[in-house]
Design a protein around this ligand. Structure first.
Ligand SMILES: [Zn+2]
Ligand SMILES: [Zn+2]
Length: 363
């Protein structure tokens, strides 16, 4: 049996669809038949050439998605909550896998530096080939966190769980929202929309969303933001006044960066109240810098947290969050564009132009 994968080799080059033999899963592993795979900002960063691999290396991008169990390796009978797992079950799963044997892992942090070794750490032209979600199959080595998806959640809702939604839930958990907080969301793309809703559900009094696209700001209001600000129509000084107006004059308790541009960082620091927390999520592009004034952070006891990846509990809680709130927030709108898998390069072009909330490949 053969299957297709979309292979990246050079920055901004087209992904090439190749066919490879589909391997059987190892004992403890799972072979996933993809149903929907989304284009995440990380995939775009990598495609633009900001990834941690040498140009010319063939890589299967794609890490966000939902699929069904195509084959179970020996010994796999349940998901990670002990529920029976069978061929054909719809699942979401961690695309990364902590090694369990480094200082991050043994101290219980989500920062394992080799967590992506079976994804972008493997070449697309070497077995098992199906290393990411941009393919008919995704080959999971033993040890990934796998959860059955409730029937009530369609693929459009479930597919962003294993990256976008879990990332936001974990980031806001680490940033600690307290009842009545004022939260600023920099960037109202897919992650920003989730952040508005999750911050609201965690008890924020005010959610202030920044973006430059009016359509995204409209959506942010539907996702729980009570204040939306177009950054192209306001100055940083005006935005600081808006945030103070919604925080008893003191500034935001928490700012979350979901833009993926270093340029927004100095402003995020300034918007925080004394003692506030700035959570960085979007800036994963290697080698991209900005100048900041550390005294702004030190003198006012501000905290900065960098968050990538998450702890296992985030997946079942994300699924539960969607089940409980799916009538309240228009989660289907997060997947704004869908393309058949073979049109992956059109999907990339749309996502690269910033014209969509989230583009998806369907199989
Ligand atoms: Zn992602
Ligand atoms: Zn580790």
């Amino acid at each position: 049996m053969k299957g297709r994968v979309a292979v990246y080799t050079d920055p901004r080059g087209p992904l090439e669809i190749r066919e490879y033999p589909v391997p059987d899963p190892l004992p403890g592993g799972v072979l996933v038949r993809m149903r929907q795979a989304n284009l995440c900002g990380s995939d775009l960063h990598f495609w633009r050439g900001h990834g941690p691999f040498a140009p010319g290396t063939p890589i299967v991008l794609g890490h966000e998605g939902v699929g069904t169990v195509a084959a179970l390796g020996a010994g796999v009978t349940t998901d990670n909550l002990g529920r029976a797992l069978r061929v054909g079950d719809r699942i979401v799963y961690s695309y990364f896998k902590p090694c369990g044997k480094c200082w991050a892992c043994v101290s219980g942090k989500a920062a394992c530096p080799t967590r992506n070794r079976d994804w972008i750490g493997r070449r697309a032209d070497e077995s098992p080939y199906f290393n990411g979600t941009y393919g008919d199959y995704h080959y999971l080595f033993p040890g990934h966190w796998i959860y059955r998806v409730p029937d009530e959640l369609p693929d459009e809702l479930a597919s962003p769980v294993n990256c976008a939604l879990c990332e936001v839930i974990y980031a806001l958990h680490r940033g600690r929202i307290t009842l009545g907080d004022t939260v600023v969301v920099q960037g109202a793309g897919g992650l920003g929309l989730y952040a508005a809703a999750v911050a609201r559900e965690l008890g924020a009094a005010h959610v202030v969303a920044f973006d430059r696209l009016p359509a995204r700001l409209d959506l942010a209001r539907q996702f729980g933001a009570d204040v939306t600000v177009n950054v192209d129509e306001t100055t940083p000084e005006e935005r600081e006044v808006i945030v103070r107006d919604h925080s008893d004059g003191i500034g935001a308790d928490l700012v979350i960066e979901l833009v993926g541009s270093p340029a927004v960082v100095p402003e995020g620091i300034r918007l925080l109240r004394p003692g506030g927390t700035y959570v960085w999520v979007g800036n994963i592009g290697v080698g991209r810098c900005v100048e900041i004034e550390p005294a702004q952070v030190v003198r006012l006891h501000k905290s900065i947290l960098g968050i990538i990846a998450y702890e296992q509990w985030a997946i079942p809680r994300a699924l539960d969050f969607l089940l409980r709130t799916r009538a309240k927030y228009p989660f289907r709108k997060i997947i704004s564009h869908q393309f058949p898998f073979e049109r992956v390069n059109e999907a990339l072009a749309v996502a690269d132009a910033g014209e969509c909330i989230r583009a998806a490949l369907v199989f």
